[in-house]
Design a protein around this ligand. Structure first.
Ligand code: NAG
Ligand code: NAG
Length: 337
C-alpha cells in the first residue's frame, strides 16, 4: 500500500521528458537536426560535431551549473556602471588585449561537468593580466578550484561560489592537461568521443580527482605561497550596456545560459535557439561583442576544446537575453601581487 502511493508521487514529481533526456543512451544530435537548422537559413550554421556519437547522458554531464545559481546572483551586490558615450560597436577582447595570451585560449573540461570552474578561472586569468597591463600572467588553476573546494565537482558547481572562494581562500596557478605549467595543472584528459580521434576515448567517466594541495614536482613555490586572490565579487545588470562597460573596463565576464540540442551542432555565425530539447545550464566566458549583417552578438569562449564550434568560440545573439545569457553574470576584480 505504501509502496503504491510512493510510486504515484514519484512519477508525478519527475516529468517524463526529463527522464528521457537523462537516461537515453542515444544522442539527440542527428544529421536530420543539422539539416533542419541549415535549411532554416538563420543567422548561424550547424555542422556534424563530435557530440553526434556521444550519449545524451554524456552530453548532459558537460553542463554543470547548479540550479541555485540565479538565486546566488541575486544575493550579490551588483556593480552599476555609468555608461560611457563612446561604447564601440565592435569589441573583441582577443585583439584589444593582445598582450594577454589567455584571451585567445580555449580550455577543455574533459569528461566532467566543470564548466563552472573553467569559465571562472578563464575570466580570473584574463582579468589579472588586463588589470596589470600584461605584467602579471598567473594562469589560474581549474584543478585547484574543481578539486580542492566545496563549491562544486564534476557534477556541477556554483559560479558565485567559485569567485567567493578565489576572494577568500585564493587559487594557485595551473596549466591545461598534460602540461607541466604552474602548481596544479588540469588532470582530466581531453577526450575524443568520435571514433578515430587522436585523443583517448571518453570511456570511464568518473568523479572529480581528489584534492592534492601540493604543487607538482619541480614547481619551485609551495602550494600556500602560490595562491592568487580576488579583491571583490559582484554581479552585473543584464542591460547590455552594463555588460559591455564591465567587459571594456575590467575584462571578460562569467555568464550562464541554457543549452538546447541545436547549440551542440553550432559551427559558425550568430547562434540563436531554433530547435531541439533543453539540456541544462552551462557556463562560459563572454569576451566581446559586435554586429554582423545587422545582427548584434556576443563573442564567447566555450570550454569544449578547439574542435567544437568556431575553434572553440561561438557568437550568440545579443540584446534579448537569449537562453538567459545576459541575466546571470558574475565577475570580480583581482588583488594584484
Ligand atoms: C601597457 O603596456 C604596453 C606594452 O605592452 C605599453 O606600451 C603601455 O604604455 C602600457 N600602458 C600603461 C597604461 O602602462
Ligand atoms: C575510422 O577509421 C576506419 C579505418 O580507417 C574507417 O573505416 C572509418 O570509417 C573511420 N570512422 C570514422 C567515424 O571516421
Amino acid at each position: 500500500m505504501h509502496l503504491q502511493i510512493c510510486l504515484v508521487i514519484c512519477f508525478a514529481l519527475f516529468p517524463v521528458h526529463s527522464r528521457d533526456i537523462r537516461e537515453s543512451e542515444e544522442s539527440v544530435l542527428s544529421e536530420n537536426l543539422i539539416s533542419q537548422i541549415n535549411s532554416a537559413q538563420s543567422t548561424w550554421k550547424a555542422a556534424p560535431s563530435k557530440f553526434m556519437t556521444w550519449s545524451t547522458a554524456s552530453i548532459k554531464r558537460l553542463m554543470g551549473v547548479r540550479p541555485e545559481h540565479l538565486m546566488e546572483i541575486k544575493q550579490l551586490k551588483p556593480l552599476i556602471h555609468e555608461i560611457p558615450n563612446d561604447l564601440p560597436e565592435n569589441f573583441d577582447g582577443r585583439e584589444i588585449w593582445s598582450n594577454c595570451p589567455s584571451l585567445k585560449e580555449i580550455r577543455d573540461q574533459g569528461s566532467c561537468g566543470s564548466c563552472w570552474a573553467l569559465a571562472a578561472v578563464e575570466a580570473m586569468t584574463d582579468r589579472r593580466c588586463i588589470a596589470s597591463n600584461g605584467t602579471q600572467n598567473a594562469h589560474i588553476s581549474a584543478e585547484d578550484l574543481l578539486t580542492c573546494t566545496s563549491v562544486g565537482d564534476c557534477e556541477g558547481g556554483s559560479p558565485v561560489g567559485a569567485w567567493q572562494y578565489y576572494k577568500r581562500q585564493g587559487l594557485v596557478t595551473g596549466g591545461n592537461y598534460n602540461t607541466k605549467q604552474g602548481c596544479l595543472p588540469y588532470t582530466l584528459p581531453s577526450c575524443e568521443h568520435h571514433i578515430n580521434g587522436s585523443r583517448p576515448s571518453c570511456d570511464g567517466e568518473g568523479p572529480a580527482p581528489p584534492c592534492s594541495p601540493k604543487c607538482i614536482d619541480g614547481y619551485p613555490i609551495p602550494y600556500e605561497q602560490d595562491k592568487y586572490y580576488g579583491e571583490s565579487v559582484y554581479s552585473i545588470g543584464e542591460k547590455q550596456e552594463q555588460i559591455k562597460t564591465e567587459i571594456m573596463k575590467n575584462g571578460p565576464v562569467h555568464a550562464m545560459f541554457g543549452v538546447y540540442a541545436d547549440f551542440l551542432a553550432y559551427k559558425s555565425g550568430v547562434y540563436q535557439h531554433l530547435v531541439g530539447p533543453y539540456f541544462a545550464g552551462h557556463t562560459v566566458k563572454i569576451l566581446g561583442w559586435g554586429v554582423t549583417n545587422s545582427t548584434p552578438y556576443w563573442i564567447v569562449a566555450n570550454s569544449w576544446n578547439e574542435d567544437w564550434g568556431d575553434n572553440g568560440f561561438f557568437k550568440i545573439i545579443r540584446g534579448r537575453d537569449e537562453c538567459g545569457i545576459e541575466s546571470g553574470i558574475v565577475a570580480g576584480a583581482p588583488k594584484l601581487k
